[in-house]
Design a protein around this ligand. Structure first.
Ligand code: DSN
Length: 442
């Protein structure tokens, strides 16, 4: 029997995506091949454990070689090779010694690193959520915050950058076991060298970057890579700027080896500690269809075209920021150096972010309300909105198109109580968006 209800909704979602422009900076449109891999028969297969990690140096060898594995079920002849390819491609993309491609999400990836390195009660120094950090970096509502002691650093209001002096002061006082750089609403490029300098003053401190937002920019060579500054671990999601399936990834530097034997807890052994922490520590069976799709996305990101894509994201975002400024949008941090813009619509136009999110949704521009640093408004009606260009850049929009988007945003905010105007803007956005097919339409 066909499940008409669900397939009708899938169709409706495809239409919604075609008819609108996606400005949520953490979303993207994946390729047809990523979709096909995700919808493949690999979903039928259990594969707890790991493939062999030897001879991960030549893609053509990996795709043919069958080696003994660390799995708990039979039938792994294809899964092993898929996972080895995914691991190799991720390592190559980010210049890492090891990759664990199994985390189901970015949150799972972060929790697995905490579980690998920390004891209950240990301290992690991460960015304050209200200043652009992430829930999994110690928000009191998370499970990890019940287990570990999270202390927070902030943005320096003078220049909208991390307050490195504050970070150093807190680090020297609290002696964190993890110094964590990562964010979901920070528009500047972090000074990884300064973070590493601070972390190295604390014996046994793991330098960890959660680069979920900027992974595609790093892969595309337009953003520094934390590994170049001595970071030990980098976590990411695979679906944001990296343009893969929804999922997580942990990259590390150190010794790679059998996950069957518990190694000594040292920074050199972090790759093995992480493997054991993902499985069996915090997850069961990997989602092999998603790992296949991650491998496809990594392959795409290794192609020369991806560099152009990453550079275009940054150029489009800078232009969109300029066009918004011209129309009276006040930008938090004064501007942007990456894929993301945070604007204070409350002080710009006297409306809170929730209202702007809704009215823009009505015209087919999707973004999200977001708190700004030291937001005087509550989280459900914050002062800001957050937007970015990774998805529309995939769609093929160029710098010249940014003016149009900024103008629609301003007109929608000004005319939020005028249904006729909102309807007209919706038609304009739809007509424009339809000129740019989704990658899965091609
Ligand atoms: N939910 C993601 C974002 O939108 O930034 C972070 O995990």
């Amino acid at each position: 029997m066909n499940d008409e209800k669900i397939f009708e909704l899938i169709h409706a979602e495809i239409e919604r995506q075609r008819d609108g422009l996606e400005l949520i900076p953490s979303e993207n449109y994946v390729s047809q091949q990523v979709l096909l891999a995700m919808g493949s028969e690999f979903t039928n297969k259990y594969s707890e454990g790991y493939p062999n990690f030897d001879e991960l140096d030549d893609e053509s060898v990996i795709s043919t070689k069958i080696l003994p594995n660390y799995r708990y079920y039979g039938g792994q002849i294809n899964t092993d090779r898929v996972e080895r390819l995914a691991i190799w491609r991720a390592m190559k993309l980010f210049n890492a010694d090891h990759a664990n491609v199994q985390p189901h999400s970015g949150a799972q990836a972060n929790n697995a690193v905490y579980n690998a390195w920390l004891e209950p009660g240990d301290t992690v120094l991460g960015m304050d959520l209200g200043h652009g950090g992430h829930l999994t970096h110690g928000s009191p509502v998370t499970q990890s915050a019940q287990i570990y002691n999270f202390v927070r650093y902030h943005i320096d209001p003078k220049d909208g950058r991390f307050d490195y002096d504050e970070i150093e002061k807190i680090a020297l006082k609290e002696k964190p076991k993890i110094l964590l750089v990562g964010y979901s609403a920070y528009a500047r490029i972090p000074d990884f060298a300064r973070f590493a300098e601070i972390g190295k003053k604390i014996p046994g401190c793991l330098l960890m970057a959660d680069m979920a937002h900027v992974a595609g920019l790093i892969a595309g060579g337009v953003h520094p890579n934390p590994f170049d500054f001595g970071f030990h671990v980098v976590t990411t999601t695979t679906h944001k700027t990296l343009r893969g399936p929804r999922g997580g990834l942990i990259l590390s530097r150190g010794i790679v080896g059998s996950p069957l034997k518990k190694p000594e807890k040292t920074l050199e052994n972090i790759p093995i500690l992480i493997d054991r922490s993902v499985f069996p520590g915090t997850q069961g069976g990997p989602l092999m269809h998603v790992i296949a799709a991650k491998a496809v996305a990594f392959h795409e990101a290794l192609q020369p075209d991806f560099k152009k894509y990453a550079a275009r994201i940054v150029a489009n975002t800078a232009e969109l920021a300029e066009q918004l400024k011209k129309r009276g949008f006040k930008l938090v941090f004064g501007g942007t150096e990456n894929h993301l813009i945070l604007t204070d619509v409350m002080s710009s136009f006297g409306v809170h972010g929730g209202i702007v999110e809704k009215v823009l949704d009505d015209i087919g521009l999707t973004l999200n309300k977001n708190a700004i640093p030291n937001d005087p408004e509550p989280p459900f009606r914050p002062s800001g909105i957050r937007l970015g260009t990774p998805a529309i850049t995939t769609r093929g929009l160029m710098e010249k198109d940014m003016e149009k988007i900024a103008e629609w945003m301003k007109l929608a905010i000004d005319n939020r109580d005028n249904p006729t105007m909102i309807k007209k803007l919706r038609a304009e956005v739809q007509q424009f968006a339809r000129q740019f097919p989704l990658p899965s339409d091609k």
